[in-house]
Design a protein around this ligand. Structure first.
Ligand SMILES: Cc1cc2nc3c(=O)[nH]c(=O)nc-3n(C[C@H](O)[C@H](O)[C@H](O)COP(=O)(O)OP(=O)(O)OC[C@H]3O[C@@H](n4cnc5c(N)ncnc54)[C@H](O)[C@@H]3O)c2cc1C
Length: 476
């Protein structure tokens, strides 16, 4: 980094986006401070100010790639720790429209790691940089600027439980405080325009709970996850994956106000209502190890910083503070990682980053693809309000064909998840040869076997925790 860029960067917010940002800043600044109101160092459990850590937070394949680029060897470190790992297309059992997709390995690593532990792994790596310091349990109150307000010079913070604030001076401030980011308000107070905020109301309800599988009745068999994708007819779905030997994390969700219950009987009845009975049958032979935790997510949100003509120097924004996606598509953490790559690119130019250039590249290189996908799929649900241009209608019509064709051909499943995992652009599915294959293979509807119930062996004497013994799934 050239001297022009100064020597201290401050990251506001020490969650996933803040940690990824700090990782790249550590290569460019003499000193990097990460400020958060939570206790961070050494924390392996759910943090008070990161309530979504109760819920499943899966890292997409592209996110795993970027994580490896920034923290080489971390995937293997997780595996050595005992985190189950598999292939998103080959060892996850996916249901779309109630049909089981054919599995085929696609080289897309997926990690069965609960969110707080994932954050701990990343944080431990960031801590190893000698020039990174965590300023924990501090509230961020605002920004400091030059008298003419053209340059941000630091952040005003306050140690929690005290009533005196202090200023942390910085050459660059990166806001990674998540969806509740105050940057739009601060901009307005400084006499700048606020970014346009684009939202889509999805009224999503999540419930997450952990279970231990009973010995002798493992509905996962050789798979690491059993996931169902919501669709227009049944806007309910789930992710369900192994997080340790015999321990599983279940997240189930419903869109547009159709929210899962948190009591055990209600939750089991909800799972039974899902098109594929696989998750329900597996959980009948499992015991809850904690309480079901709900989370409500009313709208997606994108702040259009890239269209602002004026922006103070010395301030950037990253992660959920710029865009919060429909969490069902598991894009947020991967996009946070991609944001860090864009930040690195702007630090490598040898001068202090120019905010407008950074935001322009952030839009095109980190956010647009995921945002378009989130919007397109949300708009396949009739109850979601918004314009449906021809591109969206055709995209959703074709996506349905891909999901049907994937019940017959594992290579189609693999390509589908490369796109959903942000490893390739959606246009890859539209290449003439592939598109023709999809149309041909979807012509006669889903494969017959994809609708047949999944069965698994239950050892003699193993009783279900829920439901009648007569409903026992039988060995295939
Ligand atoms: C229900 C749910 C499920 C999700 N599932 C997935 C998934 O499967 N896959 C995926 O990739 N993403 C998922 N996401 C999104 C993912 O959680 C975020 O994208 C990710 O955490 C990155 O967010 P962030 O670091 O930008 O902000 P956050 O994680 O929100 O962190 C913001 C940080 O800033 C701190 N902070 C905020 N304000 C202040 C202040 N005034 N003073 C001091 N500190 C402050 C907070 O303490 C916090 O640590 C999900 C989100 C939700 C809500």
């Amino acid at each position: 980094m050239g001297q022009d860029a100064g020597t201290r960067a401050v990251v506001l917010g020490g969650s996933i986006a803040g940690l990824f940002a700090a990782r790249v800043l550590a290569d460019a600044y003499d000193e990097v401070l990460i400020v958060d109101r939570d206790k961070l160092v050494g924390v392996k459990g759910v943090r008070r100010f990161c309530p979504q850590s109760h819920q499943a937070n899966g890292l997409l394949a592209r996110g795993v790639q970027v994580m490896e680029e920034l923290f080489p060897g971390l995937t293997q470190e997780m595996v050595d720790y005992g985190v189950p790992t598999g292939d998103l297309s080959g060892s996850c059992r996916w249901y779309a429209r109630g049909n089981r997709l054919k599995q085929q390995h696609a080289g897309l690593t997926t990690l069965g790691v609960v969110r707080p532990l994932f954050e701990w792994f990343i944080r431990e790596r960031v801590q190893q940089f000698p020039n990174v310091t965590f300023v924990e349990e501090h509230d961020i109150l605002g920004l400091t600027t030059t008298a003419d307000k053209s340059q941000v010079t630091g952040a005003r913070v306050q140690k929690r439980g005290t009533d005196h604030d202090e200023v942390i001076e910085a050459d660059l401030v990166v806001d990674a405080t998540g969806r509740g980011s105050r940057t739009p308000v601060w901009l307005e107070q400084l006499g700048y325009e606020k970014p346009f905020e684009e939202r889509k109301k999805i009224d999503l309800g999540y419930v997450t709970q952990h279970f231990r599988l009973r010995k002798g009745a493992n509905g996962f068999q050789n798979d690491v996850a059993i996931n169902q994708i919501a669709h227009a007819a049944v806007p309910r779905g789930n992710v369900f994956f192994l997080v340790e030997d015999g321990k599983v994390e279940l997240t189930t969700y419903g869109i547009l106000g159709d929210h899962p219950p948190t009591d055990y009987d209600g939750l089991m009845a909800w799972l039974k209502s899902l098109p594929a009975k696989d998750v329900y049958n597996t959980l009948r032979y499992a015991d809850p190890v904690d309480k079901a935790m709900p989370f409500k997510f009313p709208t997606t949100l994108r702040r259009h910083y890239h269209t602002l003509r004026r922006f103070p120097e010395g301030l950037l924004v990253t992660g959920d503070a710029v865009t919060t996606f429909n969490p069902v598509y598991a894009q947020g953490m991967s996009v946070a990682a991609l944001c860090a790559l864009v930040l690195r690119q702007h630090l490598h130019s040898g001068a202090a980053p120019v905010p407008q250039d950074y935001f322009r590249d952030l839009a095109t290189d980190a956010i647009d693809q995921a945002w378009e996908m989130t919007n397109q799929i949300d708009l396949s649900l009739p109850g979601v309000e918004g314009e449906r241009p021809l591109k969206v209608k055709v995209g959703n019509w074709f996506l349905k064909r891909v999901q049907i064709a994937a019940t017959r051909d594992g290579a189609i499943t693999a390509e589908y998840f490369k796109t959903a995992g942000l490893v390739q652009k959606p246009e890859a599915l539209m290449k003439p040869g592939f598109a023709l294959k999809v149309l041909w293979k979807s012509l006669f509807g889903p494969a017959k076997e994809s609708r047949e119930p999944y069965t698994f062996p239950v050892a003699e004497g193993v009783e279900p925790a829920f439901g009648e013994t007569a409903e026992l799934p039988k060995a295939a």
